[in-house]
Ligand binder design. Structure first.
Ligand code: IMP
Length: 429
């Protein structure tokens, strides 16, 4: 297959950075197709560590990197990120970076609204990243958004600003806040417009040309399927579609373009923010997973909630996203556990159920059914072949494959790029 789509198959933070970095070094184009700077990818290349939020991972290796229309773009955050990454010696120019001209903008008013809502929600808060992602997507589907292409026509922005501000002023009044300062907003847009415009282009067209030329395209997903606005643990989700199907609508290539769908799956489960999490461990085992796995958010530095591997959830996300194979990450974090549990299903009000239901209250009442396995002695750290893994670790991986009904394409055994057991190369398929 010429193309590869990488998505998170749990609640995000599955360790996409390392896999995407490896695939990006072999792709001709890397495309972000959803989300925004709520994402956080850490790339370790040689002795340098790059922290990316909005820029596609290909940027670090000079691969053509494109932001598709499915992304919501905070232009000020982008400028800050570009300056920071350029400061690390990476060259970023219109030759290797482009932004879809039909991409909606995240404005300061979106970030403010995100904050007001979360503060007012108290215990019912979503636990967002506070980046204005949700409010920006709302304005997109509400047909009020200001988009990248509008930055070339700021003198004609009056009617759009009227519509946008009328909506936001009403909301802000409800929170007891001042109306939007329109003059200041327009001034800020004038200030940032030339910077964004140099990269603006019809990304759908560029991608179709590259596809015709036979280029290998890597679609870089952000977050995870359980945070998908349709298929995730709604309402405790992000506001975009994180499933593989979004590559088509979020980039402007047809539905057949996803290619090999690689689902990134952590060998246990984590989640940041609020919402149901059936296998969560609020005891010393959860604590140990968090400490050993360095489970702190890249974007917000929040402590991640940790729990056992939930095969029921991953079977569901692999099915929903048409996952071809999974990349299993962080198996080494389970080294030294005497026993390991895998969730194989739930009981809901005493009845067995083999999937996570859609209703949030029912999700919260799902009680995991566990299968227990012996852990392994010795270490998986740095293994690069099956032969280097303890037999019991192989048994754990094989059981996961069986339960999620999807084959393992690779197993990652440390943060180092080379510490990977490659079973199936997604680009070679
Ligand atoms: P938002 O995307 O900022 O609106 O946040 C909505 C939910 O998605 C919250 O629970 C966040 O913690 C979660 N979330 C957003 N982006 C990421 C990510 O990149 N990794 C993990 N969780 C995320």
């Amino acid at each position: 297959m010429a193309n590869v789509t990488v998505i998170g198959a749990q609640w995000g933070d599955e360790g996409k950075g390392k896999i995407v970095d490896w695939l990006a070094s072999r792709a001709d184009v890397v495309v972000r197709f959803q989300g925004g700077h709520n994402a956080g990818h850490t790339l370790v290349v040689g002795d340098k560590t790059y922290k990316l939020s909005l820029l596609p991972s290909g940027i670090v290796t000079g691969t053509l990197s494109l932001i598709g229309n499915g992304v919501v773009l905070d232009p000020w955050a982008l400028r800050e990120e570009i300056e920071r990454i350029e400061g690390q010696g990476v060259s970023i120019s219109p030759a290797n970076f482009g932004i879809a001209d039909n991409c909606p903008l995240i404005l300061p008013l979106h970030r403010e609204l995100d904050g007001m809502r979360e503060a007012a929600a108290g215990k019912g808060k979503i636990g967002t990243t506070g980046r204005g992602i949700g409010p920006a997507y709302e304005d997109k589907v509400g047909r009020r958004a200001i988009r990248v292409c509008d930055l070339a026509h700021l003198d004609e922005l009056e009617p759009q600003l009227d519509r946008l501000c009328a909506h936001h002023d009403a909301l802000r009044a409800g929170f007891g806040e001042e109306p939007v300062d329109r003059a200041a907003l327009l001034e800020e847009l004038r200030g940032i417009a030339p910077f964004v415009q140099q990269y603006a282009q019809p990304v759908w067209k560029r991608l179709n040309e590259r596809k015709k030329a036979g280029d290998r395209i890597l679609f870089e997903g952000a977050q995870g399927v359980l945070l998908d606005v349709d298929h995730g643990t709604y309402p405790f989700v992000t506001s975009s579609n994180t499933v593989s199907g979004t590559v088509a609508s979020g980039s402007g290539l047809g539905p057949g373009s996803a290619g090999f769908v690689l689902g990134i799956v952590k060998a246990y489960t984590t989640r940041v923010g609020s919402g149901p999490f059936p296998t969560e461990l609020e005891d010393e085992v959860g604590q140990k997973l968090g400490e050993r796995g360095h489970e702190f958010g890249t974007v917000t530095a929040r402590k991640r909630r940790c729990g056992w591997f939930d095969a029921t959830l991953v079977r569901q996300t692999c099915a929903i996203s048409g996952v071809t194979g999974i990349a299993l990450t962080k198996i080494d974090v389970l080294d030294g556990f005497e026993t390991i549990r895998i969730c194989t299903g739930y009981t809901l009000d005493g009845e067995p159920i083999d999937y996570l239901p859609a209703n949030a209250q029912e999700q919260a009442r799902c009680v995991p059914v566990y299968e227990e396995m012996d852990g392994w002695e010795g270490t998986t750290v740095g293994a690069r072949s099956w032969a280097e893994l303890p037999a019991q670790a192989i048994k754990y991986i094989r059981r996961i494959e069986e339960l999620i009904e999807c084959p393992v394409a690779s197993v990652s055994t440390s943060p180092e790029r080379e510490d990977t057991i490659l079973v199936r190369d997604p680009f070679a398929d």
